[in-house]
Design a protein around this ligand. Structure first.
Ligand SMILES: Cc1ncc(COP(=O)(O)O)c(C=O)c1O
Length: 494
């Protein structure tokens, strides 16, 4: 019987931290002795004592036994999986590995158009062919939700040779689709359901959250423990269950995409965050939900602001993570990007600005004082920009035509992403790239949702959308020229 209060990896590291040995192993700083004084000043000295490699009592992340394996077994129990893998390269590497484990070259995978760019990396590395589904889209608030059960059903009927289905649950905005029914449907075709649950690591710890994907039957769920729980940035987990996943291939895939020197700081933070949630999760999440509820109630009463709520379930929006607060600022005559900059001056930093909205994450690390500061800052913002919604008609700042989300358009894939990635290319002024095949990922950030992926035809709408995001203060990542004056496209040899 596992004692969930234990932290096997953390305990082993502590022993090395207090031992008085001479170190002749990596890393070169030798338990902090070679670290620059400036860094010690910032980090403190103690942390470097546990920055040790795969020493005998610690072993490797990829060992089938030892303290890391025990820590992973505790995690599987805590999160309700059959098996859990610790990840040191974020959910990013878990998503790539899940695709590598289920799809080879030419295999089809169904996934939403608003996937995170890590899934595109998975397509390039595996050679899989994406069958993209447009997410449900709310044009009033300009937010893409989840994909619907119906759309997955239609795609499965049309493509009987699909090897896997991937969904994002919840979205960056905390919106959840009908994962339970999608899992049942996918399984009726004997296909695995892979869930990007990067933003839902806390779901297992309170009944008021949407159901965790693994509990609904998902075959794989990948969670960024660092995003919503108490682990260090990058520290994530991949949970797996059932017999639709080849465990050997999954394990090998994870080895392919992770460092052979995984940081024990990251791994120990997973061990400790898991123990913290196993012991105190319900109480911590009750408190977090209270804070979020208080923020929600107060913000929704501020004139000119609107908070994203679930009123009637729709096919792409059946549940909401209440700790994710999305505030629409468009009636103040501001974009989310502009409001974000103003809030920084009031000492409030949001998670995600978008064209009309600002999204805030409330988590176990927040305090009542944080919530007060947030509410006060939003009140000041709304008061200063009050005239706009009082004197003008309350219409969004972004004209619909210019703000059409590209994932609402039909994706036109001319080449598999892997073929496009390896093809000969040329770089042209972006105006000359219309109707040509894109050779690079073009991804406005945040939220990191690709607008063009390698292999897709460049459309007028995609260029217009990217230009609009840029002009409103967002920035473009993934491509060589982030100013978007030029774009890399496939060389036309005809
Ligand atoms: C929906 C989604 N999936 C996956 C990821 C990647 O997670 P990580 O940062 O842990 O690599 C992110 C990151 O923002 C995300 O928003």
């Amino acid at each position: 019987m596992l004692d969930r209060d234990k932290t096997p990896l953390l305990d082993a590291l502590k022993k090395y931290a207090t031992s008085n040995h001479a170190a002749f192993y990596t890393p070169g700083h030798k338990r902090g002795q070679g670290i620059s004084p400036e860094l010690i000043d910032c980090f403190g000295a103690e942390v470097f004592k546990v920055d040790v490699p795969e020493l005998p009592e610690i072993g490797s992340l990829f060992d089938s036994q030892g303290v890391i394996q025990s820590a992973q077994e505790y995690a599987a129990k805590t999160f309700g999986a059959e098996r859990t893998y610790f990840l040191v390269n974020g959910s990013t590497c878990g998503i790539v590995a899940a695709i590598l484990a289920t799809c080879g070259t030419g295999d089809k995978i169904i996934l939403p158009r608003n996937v995170h760019k890590s899934a595109i990396a998975g397509l390039i590395l595996s050679g899989a062919t994406p069958i993209f589904i447009n997410p449900e889209y709310d044009p009033v608030i300009d937010i893409a939700h989840s994909i619907s059960l119906k759309s997955v059903e239609a795609a499965l009927k049309q493509h009987c040779d699909v090897k896997a289905v991937m969904i994002v649950y919840p979205t960056y905005f905390g919106v959840c689709g009908d994962v339970e029914k999608i899992a049942r449907l996918t399984h009726s075709y004997n296909i695995p359901l892979l869930v990007d649950e990067a933003h839902g690591a806390h779901f297992a710890f309170h009944p008021d959250f949407p159901t965790p994907a693994i509990k609904t039957g998902a075959d794989i769920s990948i969670q960024s423990i660092h995003k919503t729980l108490g682990a260090l940035t990058q520290a994530s987990m991949l949970h797996v269950q059932g017999d639709r996943i080849n465990i050997d291939r999954l394990t090998k895939s994870l080895e392919l995409v992770q460092s052979s020197s995984p940081s024990n700081l990251l791994l120990a933070s997973l061990d400790a965050a898991r123990q913290q949630m196993a012991r105190d999760g319900k109480q911590l999440m009750s408190h977090t939900l209270e804070l979020a509820e208080s923020a929600r109630n107060q913000i929704s009463q501020i004139p000119g602001l609107a908070v994203l709520e679930i009123i009637h379930p729709t096919p792409g929006f059946v549940a909401l993570d209440k700790t994710r607060i999305t505030v629409n600022v468009s009636r103040l005559g501001l974009t989310g990007f502009a409001a974000d900059e103003i809030l920084v001056d009031y000492d409030v930093i949001a998670e995600l600005p978008s064209l009309q909205n600002l999204t805030f994450i409330i988590s176990l690390g927040n305090t009542h004082a944080d919530i007060e500061k947030l509410v006060q800052a939003l009140k000041t913002l709304a008061t200063k920009h009050k005239q706009v919604f009082e004197t003008k008609s309350a219409k969004p700042v972004t004209g619909r035509a210019s703000a059409i989300a590209p994932f609402n358009l039909e994706s036109m894939l001319a080449l598999a992403p892997r073929q496009a990635f390896y093809a000969d290319t040329e770089t042209l002024p972006i105006e000359q790239t219309r109707d040509r095949i894109c050779a690079e990922l073009v991804c406005p950030y945040p939220p990191g949702i690709p607008v063009l992926i390698p292999g897709e035809i460049v459309t007028n709408e995609a260029i217009a959308y990217l230009r609009n995001i840029q002009s409103l203060g967002g920035y473009i990542s993934g491509c060589n020229d982030s100013s978007l004056k030029t774009l890399k496209i496939i060389l036309d040899k005809s």
